[in-house]
Design a protein around this ligand. Structure first.
Ligand code: NAI
Length: 457
């Protein structure tokens, strides 16, 4: 009998297995594929590895402006792909080694609930094993969704899974959905010279993002030549072997490949949630957010399958820590969902933490906002990237509620605001600290000073 059986070896599942080591708990980690989940195998890591190649290419292309003379650079897609694979392999192997040193029992196969404290594992050869555990953590993750008429065929219509392994660079791509995945692919593909059309039913890129940041991103997208079709629905496509024609209103757009990025659905369908009465809604499992317990108290759920929480690897890590802490000690280590950093790895990056202005108003706060653009920020001018901005949202005469950074390095810079928002600092408390000069982070200092009612520049 194990202390914990974990179903799924992605960020939620492997983090739970690793963290259990702190309490000396025995763990069985059941995985049907390789260890690493969406994040390592089909998401965060491979996508950002390709994006990094795109960013280097964009930097080299603009080298002349900085006095660096290069010959006409070209993008070598197979080499970028190979580098991406190397990055993934290194991390997957490292993770497998770490799990081994933490004495986690890795069990290959498909896990499903089989009654109180029991998990059934079906192996590739069809044989089954029954695992018994004091607690079960479900961490089965998510898979790309699609829309009618745009079923994934792996060639002309793909999801992000296939797009990360295109063996040649496509010349014309339509992306359906301008959420995080859609915009990251659009930015990268346009940077490396692919013609990109992006379609979004709502009227902005990354719906939910602060409009000031969206303006920065759409300006950058226009400059890259990305054709944005916002607030439109796409009609049924006509697909031939080598191209797809998409009707949009009275017009049509012809591309080689369509990338569907309209969200991700939970993978809980076949794991027999009913075996011990785990409640779910359209596959998403509801949990007690303090402990991550499902409606069956010895069964926990973490990661993309949890109802109403962000589908992010770092949220899965934190949820895994909360679940294991509760199993081991009975204490709570609840995730602070109001201070989760979110990064969109476009070029430029956009990142935010806490509530946007609209979310704060919807939550009933009386709100004040300030913004500081990067046009006059020395380091941004030096880097030739002045298009960014920082927006701070605070309660009227009260604490910081959220912040957004759009611009170079936003994904790193957001973490100082994560602490400020997480610690519920007042703008004047956060503004009292000084930022090094010249840095792009000075824009954050300036925006905080303005929030405290005493702007400098
Ligand atoms: P998403 O929910 O972020 O965006 C999907 C978009 O598709 C929405 O804007 C939606 O309005 C649009 N859409 C839906 N149906 C449509 C239609 N018929 N036509 C046109 N547009 C349509 O989902 P996405 O981008 O697929 O990402 C899935 C999850 O993965 C998200 O929760 C995201 O947070 C996570 N993720 C996070 C990353 C990061 O943190 N950098 C990177 C990639 C994914």
């Amino acid at each position: 009998m194990y202390d914990i059986a974990v179903i799924g070896g992605g960020p939620g599942g492997y983090a739970a297995a690793l963290f259990a080591h702190n309490f000396g708990l025995s763990v069985a980690l059941i995985e049907k594929d390789r260890i690493g989940g969406t994040c390592l195998l089909r998401g965060c890591i491979p996508a950002k590895a390709l994006i990094q190649s795109g960013e280097v290419f964009a930097t080299v292309k603009s080298a002349a402006e900085f006095g660096v003379v290069t010959s006409d650079p070209t993008f070598d897609w197979p080499v970028a792909l190979e580098r991406k694979t190397k990055v993934v392999e290194g991390l997957v192997n490292g993770l497998a080694g770490l799990l081994k040193t933490r004495s986690v029992d890795m069990i290959d196969g498909f896990g499903s609930l089989a009654g109180d404290g029991k998990v059934n594992v079906t192996h590739d050869d069809g044989s089954t094993t029954e695992i018994e555990a004091r607690a079960i953590i479900i961490a089965t993750g998510s898979a790309p969704s699609t829309i009618p008429g745009y079923e994934i065929n792996g060639t002309t219509i793909v999801s992000s899974d296939e797009a990360l392994d295109w063996d040649a660079q496509p010349s014309r791509v339509a992306i359906i959905g301008a959420g995080v995945i859609g915009c990251e692919f659009a930015s990268f593909l346009a940077d490396v010279g692919t013609e990109v059309h992006i379609f979004e039913v709502q009227d902005q890129l990354v719906p939910g993002m602060e409009p000031e940041a969206e303006k920065v991103l759409s300006r950058a997208f226009r400059r890259k030549g990305i054709k944005m079709h916002l607030g439109v629905g796409v009609g049924q496509p006509t697909t031939s072997e080598t191209s797809v024609v998409i009707p949009v209103g009275d017009e049509t757009v012809e591309v080689d490949t369509v990338l569907v990025a309209v969200g991700r659905q939970p993978m809980t369908e076949s794991i027999n949630l009913d075996a011990i009465g785990v409640s779910s809604d359209r596959g998403f499992i509801s949990v007690d957010r303090a402990t991550m317990q499902t409606s069956a108290s010895s069964v926990y759920a973490v990661g993309d399958i949890v109802a109403g929480t962000p589908q992010l690897a770092h949220v899965a890590f934190a949820e895994a820590i909360a679940a294991v802490t509760h199993i081991a000690t009975g204490e709570t280590a609840a995730v602070d969902y109001n201070a989760v950093p979110m990064v969109v790895y476009t070029h430029p990056e956009i990142a935010w933490v806490g509530r946007t202005e609209a979310a704060a108003l919807a939550d009933g706060f009386s709100v004040e906002t300030t913004e500081h653009g990067m046009r006059g920020v020395g380091r941004a001018i030096i880097q030739g990237q002045t298009g960014g901005t920082v927006k701070i949202v605070s309660e009227t005469d009260g604490q910081l509620l959220g912040a957004t950074v759009a611009g170079p390095g936003a994904g790193e810079m957001i973490h100082e605001l994560m602490y400020a928002v997480g610690f519920e600092a007042l703008p004047q408390e956060a503004a009292a600290f000084i930022h090094a000069h010249p840095t792009i982070s000075e824009a954050i200092g300036e925006a905080l000073m303005a929030s405290a009612g005493r702007a400098l520049h």
